[in-house]
Design a protein around this ligand. Structure first.
Ligand code: ADP
Ligand code: MG
Length: 561
């Protein structure tokens, strides 16, 4: 009977759980583990910084509905991955972050081991759960537990601590095979309480101005067919949250995204489908929402109900099952034609207003005309995945660029966090084999910019678009009374495209709409790494994008005193 290492047992456990890819950054003590995984047929993708690797794994989890796997080294590498672990948990993306760590008995006596850190406990507040494998014979259950936890209920990030001596340990091959397994029935159906379903029906039928709000929970649940059938059967208007854009084609007649403010303000019964009433929905409060609105909420996590506004009807269950239950309650359309007409009118007015802004052709460009170039490309190539981060680039892009297919918009998510861009782009590209555009503000790009090298090393069909208006929010800051660069200022005269060329990708520098159109079309056809530096007017954009209200204003005079 042969013997194998703990590392090999871990590979065996991951493979039995269907793992095809690991996103990581190696070093002590996981280098050989990564080599072994690769040689055993798991695709290993190496990054330049851990948060990008963990972000890539998180978006793989979101796209596949199975935990994405990341690998980091001890202490500093582990900590670099923590922001992405936390973001995945907040977003509800299934992820297993595996990290090597130093020897437990030295850590526990604070004996000053190499990169000594109590990673298992430190990860706790940032993860859905943390587990540590303390004996080689627990490798199987450790991995099974991580998988079960990451995707059950509301998905999230699981931290799995693997001390160096667990990787080195030796175990009988037969025993390794026995202890490693895949948990059964990982996608349990969960239907809602039938009394709640009946009440939901009643409330929706009585409503004069019902509205559906679709969130990324519905996109994660792959509930596009159920949700679209429901919308069309009832003829009910809906609003998609940012990453739910495309779950139903944004050009659908019942999408009231262009009349969002009116829809939220007026709706009297709101059905939340995989969307939380958090800050992104103003906590459901007036004046954004009708103070008398009643809420029905579909969610897998009971604690979510009543987190912000009273939820009249909680529909606890998995989204697809619950939407099917609801669908079966109705025979046909709701009688709400006046409400639809009111929304339609506003929608057309706003679309008209927005399209006027595309007509400006200045040099350097403003955001609207530049983003319209991307809109047109995505309309023609709807299977391209759009990753986006930034402030104005993100906010205006969300309004301007229609998404036509489910899960094709990947962005800053629940935290509105910067730094997800290239990690998400790489993850999306590898998991879907589709082309990706990473639409980045110049500031946002900086947080993961070195992954350009990763994109080139793997020769991925990713087009990075850097909208350079020379700063965080924008390049000019009227409040700067010194000769030093303002806190918000970044290089407007640089050449981001040269970063791409340095590693063998294709770079473009464009200053007007015509050049941008040609470059984007060309870059997409290349089917390889490309970066387009788009020169944007330094005065374009507003401070904090659409979040100005969250940015406490302190007068400069006051702060000097
Ligand atoms: P958005 O930011 O798009 O509004 P959120 O992330 O705030 O979306 O909300 C997503 C919600 O979807 C979460 O409350 C989560 O618990 C829920 N959810 C995730 N997966 C499922 C599922 N399979 N069934 C039902 N609800 C789900
Ligand atoms: Mg900027």
């Amino acid at each position: 009977m042969g013997q194998i290492s703990g590392a090999e047992t871990l590979v065996m456990a991951l493979k039995k759980n269907g793992v095809k890819r690991i996103y990581g950054l190696v070093g002590i003590p996981v280098t050989d583990f990564a080599r072994l995984a690769q040689n055993k047929g798991i695709d290993y993708v190496g990054f330049r910084r851990e948060d990008a690797a963990v972000n890539a794994a998180a978006i793989a989890g979101y796209l596949n509905g199975e935990p994405g796997i990341s690998l980091t080294v001890s202490a500093p590498g582990f900590m670099n991955g923590i922001p992405a672990l936390a973001a995945a948990t907040v977003n509800g993306f299934p992820l297993i972050m595996i990290s090597g760590s130093s020897q437990r008995e030295k850590i526990d006596l604070s004996r000053g081991d190499y990169e000594e850190l109590d990673q298992y406990n430190i990860a706790k507040p940032f993860a859905k759960a943390t587990y540590r494998i303390d004996r080689p014979q627990d490798i199987g259950i450790g991995v099974a537990r991580a998988f079960r936890t990451a995707i059950s209920g509301r998905p999230g990030g699981v931290y799995l601590d693997v001390p160096a001596d667990m990787l080195q340990a030796v175990i009988d091959a037969d025993q390794a095979d026995e202890i490693t397994y895949q948990p059964s029935f990982m996608n349990l159906k969960q239907v809602a309480d039938i009394d709640c379903i009946a009440q939901a029906k009643e409330l929706l039928q009585q409503a004069k101005k019902p509205l559906l709000i679709i969130g990324k929970g519905a996109a994660y649940a792959k509930a596009e067919n159920e949700v679209q059938s429901f919308v069309e059967k009832l003829n009910i208007p809906y609003l998609p949250m940012s990453m739910a854009k495309g779950l139903i084609d944004d050009t659908h007649a019942l999408s009231m995204a262009p009349a969002r403010s009116l829809a939220l303000k007026e709706a009297d019964v709101i059905l939340l489908v995989g969307a939380r009433l958090n800050w992104l929905l103003s906590h459901g409060e007036a004046p954004k929402f009708n103070p008398n609105a009643k809420f029905i909420q579909v969610d897998i996590k009971a604690e979510e109900f009543d987190s912000n506004r009273p939820i009249t009807v909680p529909l606890l269950g998995d989204l697809r099952s619950v939407m099917l239950q609801l669908l079966n309650q109705f025979d046909g359309q709701l009688d709400i034609s006046e409400w639809i007409d009111e929304l339609q009118k506003k929608k057309q007015e706003n679309i008209q207003k927005l399209s006027q802004k595309y007509l400006l052709h200045t040099e350097p460009m403003g955001f609207y005309e530049a983003l319209n170039v991307l809109k047109k490309q995505i309309d023609q190539n709807p299977d391209i995945y759009l990753v986006s981060e930034g402030a104005n680039t993100l906010d205006l892009g969300r309004n301007i660029i229609d998404i036509h297919l489910p899960r094709h918009r990947l962005d800053v998510g629940t935290w509105g966090v910067m730094g997800i861009g290239l990690g998400y782009a790489i993850g999306a590209s590898l998991e879907t084999n589709c082309k990706v555009i990473a639409l980045e503000g110049d500031s946002a790009f900086g947080f993961s910019g070195m992954e350009v090298e990763t994109i080139c090393r793997y020769n991925l069909p990713i087009v990075i678009v850097v909208m350079n208006n020379g700063g965080i929010y924008r390049g000019v800051d009227i409040e700067n009374t010194t000769t030093r660069p303002s806190p918000t200022q970044l290089s407007s005269k640089g050449h981001y495209e040269m970063l791409m060329e340095a590693f063998g990708g294709k770079g473009y520098y464009v200053t007007n709409v015509n050049e941008f159109e040609v470059a984007l079309k060309n870059a997409i056809e290349l089917n390889g790494p490309a970066l387009i530096h788009v020169e944007i007017d330094n005065t374009a954009g507003s401070e904090s994008g659409h979040l100005t209200y969250l940015n406490p204003k302190i007068s400069v005079e006051e702060s000097k005193a």
